[in-house]
Ligand binder design. Structure first.
Ligand SMILES: Cc1cc2nc3c(=O)[nH]c(=O)nc-3n(C[C@H](O)[C@H](O)[C@H](O)COP(=O)(O)OP(=O)(O)OC[C@H]3O[C@@H](n4cnc5c(N)ncnc54)[C@H](O)[C@@H]3O)c2cc1C
Ligand SMILES: *[C@@H]1O[C@H](CO)[C@@H](O)[C@H](O)[C@H]1NC(C)=O
Ligand SMILES: *[C@@H]1O[C@H](CO)[C@@H](O)[C@H](O)[C@H]1NC(C)=O
Ligand SMILES: *[C@@H]1O[C@H](CO)[C@@H](O)[C@H](O)[C@H]1NC(C)=O
Ligand SMILES: *[C@@H]1O[C@H](CO)[C@@H](O)[C@H](O)[C@H]1NC(C)=O
Length: 510
């Protein structure tokens, strides 16, 4: 044992650049009293991927009794990354999801974590108005409306209009999800290569094609694909079926047991980091990762209260998209992730006393607009990538989330909270139109009492592909975000974190 300590200390000495000699002194002292020096792991990013990596690293290292010291760097002031909330009227007691809002019952990492941490979940799409629950608008008319959560009349209506396509879609979705779930289990789990496991499970048969091609190959009628499935790919990924690949198209139809954590999904990730006993540094941006040798990296970070800092780690996990991390890797890793196009999504939250205007959706004035308006393209309209993909509806979705009492300044006014997804900032003309206000007047605070805008790099454009980024970029350097071109969800980022944690711990000698 003694010999091992010495060698650890010597290794540390060899790794330490001049500037942090003091740190090494501390480590040398520690090594002489503690039985074993811990593995030091740095995780860059406290979103789903980073938090899950930390959580499972702690779990697996405990099982093997390996001492571990986890450090998480997060440039934002909050845990959760793209899972985050804002307060309606600026009130933190009244939170609403700004990014990832739902997960489903097959999302076992999230479902299990919610249970372990005793977090309350709620279903989505409660009815808050007397109108239909959901409608699909193509810029001219509603091609589909649903009175409430799946009544028999709606099912009959679906059959009448689309024949067997809905049933075939459910079966295809279930078969595809069944293959995906094998990624959690031996002998597939843990996988060293996402490309390989996707191929072995036959999932590249779905990622290789556009949603449009994949559905056609599987005998699903064009009308159902255009009206229903595309509405789902648009609200979930801001992409149409001729672009988004077949696997993501199926993910969009896997909605059974849709749920959210009351108060915000980010709480799962916050609890994961606490359970991982990680040192979490918020408001700290990693700007440089330098490789000293096979088992030592120096991380340079900036933030407050310590302006600039360097720390040494055995292994490093980059848990967010490489291209937006702005990290200088020195030297360049053996596998450098490609820059890939991400969707620029405008999320607009606002409160108003008005309901959506029937006139804006070509409905008679005595009809109610559905609580959730999804969109698709009208017949004959085809659009490629980017913002043009939105087509004539001009937005991807508008949801009335819930009623809300505006108690500011003793107003006690009953209002509604709305969320809109669009490829462009919402302007006054657009808002006045959907709320049925006079077109030439500016929208007053009386009409829209609170508004919050956020532009996200929300997810990649999910072009068909059969290979995915390496998850090990170099010795001891790992990368989670390659999975986003396969499936971009909180759960899949979490699965990647779990997979990397397993591979890392398996690679450690006792
Ligand atoms: C509007 C919207 C709606 C969505 N809806 C859903 C949904 O309903 N369900 C669902 O499952 N998914 C949804 N998603 C997708 C989901 O949010 C993401 O797939 C998932 O959250 C990605 O998690 P991640 O940990 O991989 O990345 P992120 O959440 O992006 O986390 C990466 C973290 O790394 C940090 N970071 C990056 N670089 C550095 C650096 N240099 N130094 C320090 N920190 C750094 C970032 O600040 C960030 O916090 C949605 C996304 C958006 C934007
Ligand atoms: C654990 O990591 C922190 C950095 O977050 C470091 O300051 C500390 O020295 C490490 N502890 C050990 C025992 O290596
Ligand atoms: C992070 O920075 C923001 C903005 O400067 C600040 O309001 C917040 O308190 C900081 N959070 C932490 C945990 O340091
Ligand atoms: C779990 O939550 C419920 C309701 O919030 C609470 O009554 C219960 O004590 C909690 N249990 C644990 C173990 O925290
Ligand atoms: C407002 O937004 C809509 C939809 O994006 C757009 O078509 C219209 O040109 C915009 N109007 C103005 C005045 O900018």
């Amino acid at each position: 044992m003694k010999v091992q300590h010495v060698s650890v200390a010597v290794l540390w000495l060899a790794h330490v650049p001049r500037g942090i000699a003091a740190l090494d002194q501390v480590i040398l002292k520690d090594a002489s009293v503690t039985p074993r020096a811990p593995k030091n792991v740095a995780i860059i990013g406290a979103g789903s991927a980073g938090s899950s990596t930390a959580y499972f690293l702690r779990k697996y290292s405990k099982q093997r009794d390996i001492p571990l010291n986890i450090t998480v760097y997060e440039r934002d002031g909050h845990i959760g990354g793209r899972s985050t909330t804002v307060g309606v009227y600026g009130d933190d007691q009244n939170p609403v999801e700004l990014g990832a809002s739902i997960f489903v019952e097959v999302n076992q990492n999230l479902v299990n974590a919610a249970r372990e941490f005793n977090l309350s979940t709620s279903g989505i799409r409660e009815l808050h108005s007397e109108g239909p629950a959901l409608g699909i608008w193509n810029g001219r008319e509603f091609v589909y409306t649903q009175a409430s959560g799946g009544s028999w009349r709606d099912t009959a209506k679906l059959f009448w209009k689309y024949g067997l396509a809905p049933l075939k879609t459910v079966n295809l979705m279930k078969a595809t999800v069944g293959k995906f779930l094998k990624m959690y289990e031996e002998p597939y789990f843990p996988w060293k290569s996402l490309s390989q496991v996707a191929y072995d499970l036959g999932l590249t048969d779905a990622t290789a094609f556009t949603g449009e091609q994949f559905l056609e190959k599987n005998g699903i009628g064009k009308l159902f694909a255009q009206d229903i499935i595309q509405a789902s790919t648009r609200v979930n990924y801001a992409q149409n079926l001729p672009l988004i690949h077949g696997l993501e198209s199926m993910v969009c139809m896997a909605t059974d047991g849709a749920q959210a954590i009351e108060g915000g999904n980010w709480q799962i990730f916050s609890h994961m980091l606490a359970a991982a006993e990680a040192n979490v540094y918020l408001n700290r941006t990693v700007d440089k990762v330098s490789k000293l040798d096979e088992s030592a990296y120096v991380i340079s970070s900036k933030g407050t209260p310590i302006d600039s800092e360097q720390q040494v780690f055995d292994e490093v996990v980059l848990a967010g998209p490489y291209q937006y991390s702005n990290i200088d890797f020195d030297p360049e890793p053996r596998h450098l992730p490609d820059s890939i196009p991400y969707v620029q999504l405008h999320v607009t939250l606002f409160t108003s006393k008005h309901k959506l205007s029937p006139g804006a959706f070509n409905l008679p004035s005595d009809e109610l607009v559905p609580q959730v308006v999804l969109t698709t393209l009208p017949p004959g309209e085809h659009h490629g990538n980017g913002a043009e993909g939105v087509g004539s509806p001009g937005f991807f979705s508008i949801s009335l989330l819930r009623p809300s009492m505006d108690t500011r300044g003793n107003r006690d006014k009953l209002e509604y909270v709305y969320k809109v997804f669009s490829p462009m900032p919402l302007n006054e003309t657009f808002i006045a139109n959907i709320l049925g206000l006079a077109k030439d007047e500016s929208v007053s605070e009386e009409d829209v009492s609170w508004m919050y805008r956020k532009v996200w790099h929300s997810y990649p454009y999910e072009y068909p592909r059969v290979t995915f980024e390496e998850l090990q970029l170099d010795d001891g350097l790992w990368y989670t975000a390659g999975i986003e071109s396969f499936i971009s969800t909180m759960e899949t980022s979490s699965l990647m974190g779990k997979n990397i944690a397993r591979l890392m711990v398996d690679g450690w000698k006792e």
